[in-house]
Design a protein around this ligand. Structure first.
Ligand code: FPP
Ligand code: MG
Ligand code: MG
Length: 377
């Protein structure tokens, strides 16, 4: 419930924009190649949580009343058809219509939210979905959003290529916003996602002789978590404020909100991997230990249970390691400590936007932080 006791539903605040999200994304993903079209749109069929677009739209509305920066050089938005004509000799790949996709029923659009900000919301979901297509290949995952994963359904090759296709279409849509700083931010996000995933492959600043090994591993884990999850949320919040013409302070506040929310979000994700079932999550549970990954619950447990060090060191590879590690984590206060750290970040997210003028959208952003802690999938 909000301050006045009335419960706040963040989704309702931007419902009109969210209604067009999936349809617009599917338009951005149109390909004349029937099987590419199918694989590319596959993860748009099941209902995702759409957390990232929801945050972008709420941030767009919440910053609409914030102070503005001195006028930016206005760049004209003109649709370039170059990419489509270049592909048209093939006959089959030319159905990406650059001017279509961002429109909604004009009478029902919120004057606080610009078309470019709506498009940004779609782009964040595209980048996120691309990373999931690749992630499920890397993690050998068999389910996503309550259905077989794309790699299982279509094979690794098509899943990887579909992810690349999503990134390509996201890049075109991004370029057409004609805002160089926003392009730079979102391009950096894509690089950060890969950097985070690489850090995760290595998993630990592994060095048994280092007396601060477990502390350093926690620092490493948080850095990785920023790159793989919080970068997208924070930089897209920043981009939303920039597209709205907000001043530097507002742009920074939007970024700090997104960064802390993103960190809280992934900490909760890593906690749910221990506490929930595959049925509840719609994706495999207990997957991290199986993948050799030591996440926050284990890293906190390790502080009081030094024997976890050896298991971390060999990535839980020996028979019985996974079960042993899980038992130790469940006996420890690792889950509670993870929750407490997530709460910390959620509070910092809320604090960052405190200077924003009161609005329904600001309450929605606050509620997103509260909900992140309460979610169970
Ligand atoms: C989900 O993590 C995965 C990510 C948040 C990012 C994955 C990034 C890549 C695969 C790099 C390539 C990026 C792009 C943009 C193509 P998880 O495995 O912990 O979560 P899960 O339980 O949902 O699978
Ligand atoms: Mg995964
Ligand atoms: Mg992964």
């Amino acid at each position: 419930p909000g301050a006045d006791g009335i419960s706040i539903d963040p989704l309702r605040i931007v419902a009109k924009e969210m209604k067009f999200l999936t349809g617009n994304i599917r338009k951005l993903l149109g390909s004349g190649h029937p099987s590419l079209d199918r694989v590319a749109k596959y993860y748009t069929q099941a209902e995702g949580k759409h957390v990232r677009p929801l945050i972008v739209l709420l941030m767009s509305r919440a910053t609409a009343q914030c102070p503005k920066a001195p006028q930016r050089q206005q760049q004209t938005l003109h649709a370039s058809a170059a990419i489509d004509t270049a592909l048209s000799p093939l006959g089959i790949l030319a159905d990406f219509n650059p001017s279509s996709g961002a429109e909604t029923d004009a009478s029902s659009t919120d004057p606080d939210i610009l078309p470019s900000q709506r498009r940004l919301a779609e782009i964040t979901e595209l980048i996120h979905t691309a990373s999931l297509l690749h992630d499920d290949v890397i993690d050998h995952s068999v389910s996503r959003r309550g259905a077989p994963s794309a790699n299982l359904e279509f094979g690794n090759k098509m899943a990887v290529l579909a992810g690349d296709f999503l990134l390509g279409r996201a890049s075109v849509a991004l370029a057409r916003l004609r805002h160089a700083e926003v392009v730079e931010l979102l391009a950096t996000v894509i690089a950060n996602l890969v950097e985070g995933e690489f850090m995760q492959l290595k998993n630990t600043a592994r060095d048994e002789t280092n007396p601060r090994w477990s502390e350093d591993t926690l620092t490493y884990y948080l850095q990785k978590t920023y790159l793989k999850t919080a970068s997208l949320i924070s930089k897209s919040c920043r981009a939303a404020a920039l597209l709205g013409g907000s001043d530097a302070q507002t742009v920074d506040a939007a970024y700090v909100y997104g960064k802390n929310l993103g960190l809280a979000f992934q900490l909760v994700d890593d906690m749910l991997d221990y506490t929930r079932s595959e049925k509840e999550l719609g994706k495999p549970a207990g997957a991290d230990l199986e993948l050799g990954l030591a996440t926050a619950p284990l890293l906190f447990a390790w502080k009081t249970m030094p024997e976890l060090g050896a298991l971390v060191g060999r990535k839980f590879e020996r028979e019985g390691d996974v079960a042993r590690a899980r038992d130790l984590v469940m006996q420890s206060d690792g889950i509670e400590q993870t929750r407490a750290l997530a709460e910390d970040y959620a509070e910092q997210a809320i604090a960052a936007i405190r200077p924003f003028p009161d609005s329904e959208a600001k309450d929605g952003l606050i509620e997103m932080a509260v909900k992140t802690l309460k979610r169970n999938k």
